[in-house]
Design a protein around this ligand. Structure first.
Ligand code: NAX
Length: 323
């Protein structure tokens, strides 16, 4: 059987550089051979070719091929997994509507190319920001691909929340479970510990630490990384993308869940059709929103605030004719 066809956009960027070698080494799909298809803008094709040469030079036993493209249709041809990392960053003086429009010009045609050329069982992870709304745009231009094949990355926020809780309690990261990120991958996100467990037992952490320390630390971690390293999170973002796809394809652990931006079916009062982060499990075939969790008044107000931002973004891209 030929290797899995994996398309990665923004391949010459800093996340791309941290991501591709791990995919090729087997960190994402285990022993499965892989065929990498890298998509870049024409100006960055040379740099992507340099990365492709380095991938070859690693002599990864699982890497069957690596090809570089500047055309989305060709890059997504036969793709079984698509990692949409390339996006337009916010430039100086750019309003949010300019940002949404610039990204619409990337994610609408990429969605259409996935619709036309990707494999029937394609799964798409959107990493490029604003990730939730970019995923919504891509999905809405791929009418023949079931909407639940698109997801947006909130796994980095999830992993940050797990790490913060472990540090606070002295637990091992591997003993922390059932942490949730709700809403948008932005500072309005709600990292929720109400259902969290350590070694299978409910966690007692004081609410002032959660509200005044934990939530802002997780929500503003991206900015803190930029301040410290002078560049945005790259290796941790690539690691989160690997975790997201691995759990999606191989399934989550029976006693845990993870967080991902998925198209809402109306669960937990989140309006249907927007891409919001939820607690999710996978049996290897697709994401399923965890049901039946109790949502208290504090959680409700935090979820609603982040969802309100997602609705604004949805309305903005709708009025721009992008969905
Ligand atoms: P870089 O600017 O280093 O790389 C982006 C790459 O995308 C560039 O090489 C660029 O040429 C390419 N690109 C732009 N338009 C493209 C198109 N139409 N087709 C193909 N490639 C295209 O950014 P990097 O640090 O790698 O971050 C990539 C994206 O991830 C950004 O939007 C960033 O905001 C987002 N992030 C999302 C995270 C999440 O948790 N969802 C966390 C990390 C990161 O901030």
């Amino acid at each position: 059987m030929p290797g899995m066809r994996i398309t990665v956009t923004g391949a010459a960027g800093q996340i791309g550089y941290a991501l591709l070698f791990r995919i090729a080494s087997g960190a994402m799909l285990g022993d499965e051979p892989v065929r990498l298809r890298l998509l870049e803008v024409p100006a960055a094709v040379g740099a992507a070719e340099g990365t492709a040469m380095e991938l070859v030079d690693c002599a990864f036993p699982l890497l069957e091929s690596v090809d570089v493209f500047d055309d989305a249709g060709t890059a997504f041809d036969g793709a079984q997994i698509a990692l949409l990392v390339g996006a337009r960053p916010r430039g100086p003086g750019m309003e949010r509507s300019d940002l949404l429009e610039a990204n619409g010009a990337i994610f609408a045609p990429q969605g259409a190319a996935i619709n036309a050329r990707a494999a029937d069982d394609v799964r798409v992870l959107v990493v490029g920001n604003p990730a939730n709304t970019n995923a919504l745009i891509a999905a809405s231009h791929a009418p023949d691909v079931p909407a639940d094949r698109f997801s947006a990355m909130t796994r980095l926020d999830h992993n940050r929340a797990v790490a913060q809780l472990a540090a606070r309690t002295g637990a091992r990261v591997g003993d922390v479970s059932r942490v949730t990120i709700w809403g948008n991958h932005s500072t309005t996100q709600f990292p929720d510990l109400a259902h969290a467990r350590i070694s299978g037992e409910p966690v007692a952490v004081d609410s002032s630490w959660v509200e005044d320390d934990f939530i802002p630390t997780v929500a503003r971690r991206g900015a803190a990384i930029i301040e410290a390293r002078g560049a945005s999170s790259a290796a941790s973002a690539a690691n989160a993308a690997i975790d997201h796809v691995r759990d999606w394809v191989q399934g989550t652990s029976p006693h845990d869940w993870t967080s991902a931006g998925v198209i809402s079916d109306g669960a937990y009062g989140v309006p249907e059709g927007i891409v919001s982060s939820f607690p999710v499990t996978s049996d290897g075939t697709g994401w399923r929103i965890v049901d039946g969790l109790e949502i208290d008044a504090f959680a409700r107000s935090r979820i609603d605030a982040s969802v309100a931002e997602l609705l604004e973004e949805r309305d903005a891209v709708r009025s721009l004719g992008l969905i």
